[in-house]
Design a protein around this ligand. Structure first.
Ligand SMILES: NC(=O)c1ccc[n+]([C@@H]2O[C@H](COP(=O)([O-])OP(=O)(O)OC[C@H]3O[C@@H](n4cnc5c(N)ncnc54)[C@H](OP(=O)(O)O)[C@@H]3O)[C@@H](O)[C@H]2O)c1
Length: 352
């Protein structure tokens, strides 16, 4: 007998989440259905009601939100040849995106519909709970780094035997965030030197991901320290992550050789407001929307061409480490509360 689907519903803006039955939606062309085994939470999943109007004004209710899943493929739609039932995968769920706006594609349920080109097979050695930390923050980092309207960097290569050396530096301000953890690894796999910021207790962590050096973002001389660390190796681009990151990133880009482009993980609206003076310093800032890569060449280049091989070879690590909050959809609100309290170099996950 077919197992009934269950979802964590958001009945309306600002309401409490509630677990309840949900339809099982079959996959359309180029879609798959995944039996979800682990879900990671992100700030956008737990917005206060008024912020839904600002960040996701198109979202219709009742909604199933959530972006990060790992699990097993159970059905594939017409046109899907790269994935089969039984495959272990991670995937970016797009239910809250304006183009989708569909409960069947929200991560917070047992059976989710995913776009096949935004799904990556994972090695047997990678637990679902750890794999679930990747999708949204990988997508956000990849959008900022590789889309031509952002930093337009060279794409990463999964071959650890013959890494390219581009003799250019990528600055990842906020390197110990989940977005930053992905950005550092993407940049390294694309052959760039990486300078990152983090709290001193995470310097070892960002170095383990491939950063050549790290500076404390709280240091009053952080901008000078980063400029010194970039040194003679020209900037290829800057990813600004975390509150207060944009003015610092703009100052550094203005003072160093190389690219004057900054991609900000603040949403496009916030980035525009915070960077109105940047053009006077010759710096170009774009705000990232971490879902746009699904509609261009970057999405499949990362999820289909790069990530499966890079995870299998060890060239890429699912990072940061997962902290499992509980088992079952009912634990997601608790995970969102803990996320609001703040985390350091970890991603909160619920197993299902
Ligand atoms: N635009 C988009 O589409 C999109 C998508 C996803 C996320 N985001 C945004 O990207 C940011 C990072 O998200 P995330 O999920 O990666 O975060 P996260 O992993 O929850 O971030 C936790 C880390 O943030 C670091 N941090 C705290 N304050 C900071 C600051 N002022 N500057 C730099 N780092 C700071 C801390 O580093 P230490 O412990 O080392 O101090 C901590 O490890 C958030 O603002 C989020 O809203 C945007």
């Amino acid at each position: 007998m077919t197992e009934q689907n269950v979802a964590l519903w958001l009945p309306k803006r600002g309401a409490h989440f509630a677990v309840g039955p949900a339809p099982r939606t079959p996959p359309a062309a180029n879609e798959i259905v995944v039996r979800v085994r682990a879900i990671a939470v992100n700030p956008v999943d737990g917005l206060p009601g008024f912020l839904y109007r600002v960040v996701l004004p198109w979202l219709t209710f009742p909604a199933v939100v959530g972006s990060d899943v790992a699990g097993e493929v159970v059905e594939v739609g017409p046109g899907v040849t790269r994935l089969r039932p039984g495959d272990r995968v991670l995937g970016h769920a797009f239910g809250v995106e304006k183009s989708q706006n569909r409960a069947a594609e929200g991560a917070f349920q047992h059976y989710v519909v995913l776009m096949q080109h935004m799904v990556s097979p994972i090695p047997d050695s990678l637990p679902f709970a750890q794999a679930a930390v990747v999708p949204l923050t990988l997508s956000t980092a990849a959008t900022g780094m590789f889309q031509q309207d952002h930093l337009g960097l060279a794409m990463p290569c999964a071959d650890p035997v013959d890494p390219v050396d581009r003799s250019e530096t990528v600055l990842v301000w906020g390197g110990s965030t989940s977005v930053g953890s992905n950005a550092i690894q993407l940049a390294r796999n694309a052959g760039y030197r990486v300078v990152a910021t983090a709290s001193p207790h995470n310097f070892g962590y960002v170095r383990s991901l491939g950063a050549a050096g790290a500076v404390s973002y709280r240091s009053p001389t952080a901008v000078d320290e980063v400029v010194d660390m970039i040194g003679e190796s020209p900037l290829a681009g800057t990813l600004a992550i975390g509150s207060g990151s944009l003015p610092k990133a703009i100052a550094i880009a203005a003072r160093t050789e190389g690219s004057k482009r900054v991609a900000s993980a603040q949403t496009p609206l916030v980035a525009r407001v915070q960077s109105w003076r940047a053009p006077r310093q010759g710096v170009r800032v774009n705000g990232i929307w971490g879902g746009t890569l699904k509609d261009n060449e970057v999405g499949p280049a990362i999820y289909a061409d790069f990530l499966p091989a890079a995870l299998a070879s060890g060239a890429y690590r699912a990072a940061p480490d997962a902290t499992v909050v509980g088992d079952g959809l009912a634990h997601i609100p608790e995970a969102l509360r803990r996320l609001r309290d703040g985390v350091s170099a970890t991603k909160l996950v619920v197993t299902v």
